[in-house]
Design a protein around this ligand. Structure first.
Ligand code: NAP
Ligand code: ZN
Length: 343
């Protein structure tokens, strides 16, 4: 089979390798689609540690080709999505049920071979079924949606509340849809791109706001703003120091601000504790997708969350090299890798 390897930091190669054989409790999955995420670019540039040589790709789904002898709930022909984050189950955090904080966390596509390949090996504990009727590209969105679900769970959105989402990428546009499903009645997407604002409104946002036009805090929270006094819940999904600083200022008294965006290690931002305290604004973080993958699969399978408009481009494994190593093309939301399945 063909697989795209991170050979070392800064070098991606598509190589022909033996098709892996699944272990007793593993599935061999023929990859139908695998999303290219910002993390893949960070791994390529050495900004996140990986374990090269390794096949990248952690947002994948496909059809089971073969199963190990001790696999119970899955059989060849079934469509599945993979939860890439493998917790050890033994450490103090796992014992508390906080598997995203596992001290020995291993990820498929980072520490072991992932989905930028014709086939990927998936432990049965990490697999979740998808309907055979689903668009084969849809399953690649389960992993990012599962991350957004964790953030939305932590935010505890009350029905009828107001929500601001900063950032119009996959994470922002999926969070908009979850906020709508959670019962928010005002949902404002803050992003620079007019096309993404228009898409957000199609997907359930009530308003869009440009990040770069004037003072976004005043325009949103001022007396004449879209949400005077701020939003009950704010999700930061852009991952920039500037927007992380804005997020609590866009949050209403007693509200919650959820930080999902990832800033480079070492980068600092400024908060005003006086303001946060006197308005009792909670600033919380949301990391990965503990126990949310199955619900993400259900949301995509049922059509409750729409993912087709988030696919900007489909590439094969060879084209994926440039898509990962080059700069992210402006305006693109998600590029999906569909392997060629050459034998
Ligand atoms: P993305 O596609 O890059 O989207 C980020 C959005 O932020 C872009 O669409 C862009 O919107 C906006 N943005 C980017 N650069 C900007 C700039 N210089 N100024 C203003 N706005 C800018 O990323 P994503 O996949 O949606 O992920 C969003 C963030 O979540 C990333 O930081 C990612 O690492 C993080 N993440 C976190 C988790 C978690 O578990 N917490 C999971 C997955 C991803 P416009 O260009 O339209 O303004
Ligand atoms: Zn653990």
């Amino acid at each position: 089979m063909k697989a795209l390897f991170l050979e070392e930091v800064g070098r991606l190669v598509v190589r022909e390798v033996e098709t892996p054989v699944p272990g007793p409790e593993e599935l061999l999955v023929r990859v139908e689609a695998c999303g290219i995420c910002g993390t893949d670019r960070h791994l390529y540039r050495g900004e996140f540690p990986a374990k090269p040589p390794v096949t990248l790709g952690h947002e994948f789904s496909g059809v089971i080709e073969a199963v190990g002898r001790d696999v119970v709930d899955f059989r060849p022909g079934m469509r599945v999505t993979g939860d890439p984050n493998i917790a050890c189950g033994r450490c103090a955090q796992c014992q508390k049920g906080r598997v995203n904080l596992c001290l020995n966390l291993q990820a498929i596509g980072i520490h072991r071979n992932g989905g930028f390949a014709d086939y990927v090996v998936l432990p049965q504990t990490q697999a979740h079924s998808l309907p055979e009727t689903l668009d084969p590209l849809g399953g690649a969105f389960c992993e990012p949606l599962a991350c957004c679900l964790h953030g939305v769970d932590l935010a505890k959105i009350a029905v009828g509340s107001s929500v601001v989402v900063i950032g119009g990428g996959v994470i922002g546009l999926l969070t908009v849809q979850l906020a709508r499903l959670a019962g928010a009645t005002r949902i404002v997407l803050v992003t620079r791109s007019a096309a993404k604002r228009a898409l957000a409104i199609r997907l359930g946002a009530t308003d869009g706001l440009d990040l770069t036009e004037g003072d976004v805090v005043a325009r949103l929270t001022g007396a004449d703003g879209l949400l005077p006094g701020g939003a009950d819940v704010v999700f930061e999904c852009a991952g920039l120091a500037e927007t992380v600083e804005q997020a609590p200022r866009l949050t209403a008294r007693g509200g919650t601000c959820v930080l999902l965006g990832v800033l480079p290690a070492g980068e600092k931002v400024a908060f005003e504790p006086f303001d946060l305290l006197f308005r009792e604004v909670s600033v919380i973080t949301s990391f990965l997708n503990p126990h949310t993958h199955r619900r993400a699969a259900a949301l995509i399978a049922s059509g409750a969350v729409t993912v087709a408009p988030l696919v900007s481009r489909v590439v094969d494994l060879n084209e994926a090299v440039a898509a990962i190593s080059g700069p992210a093309a402006g305006g693109e939301i998600r590029v999906l890798v569909v392997p060629g399945h050459a034998q």
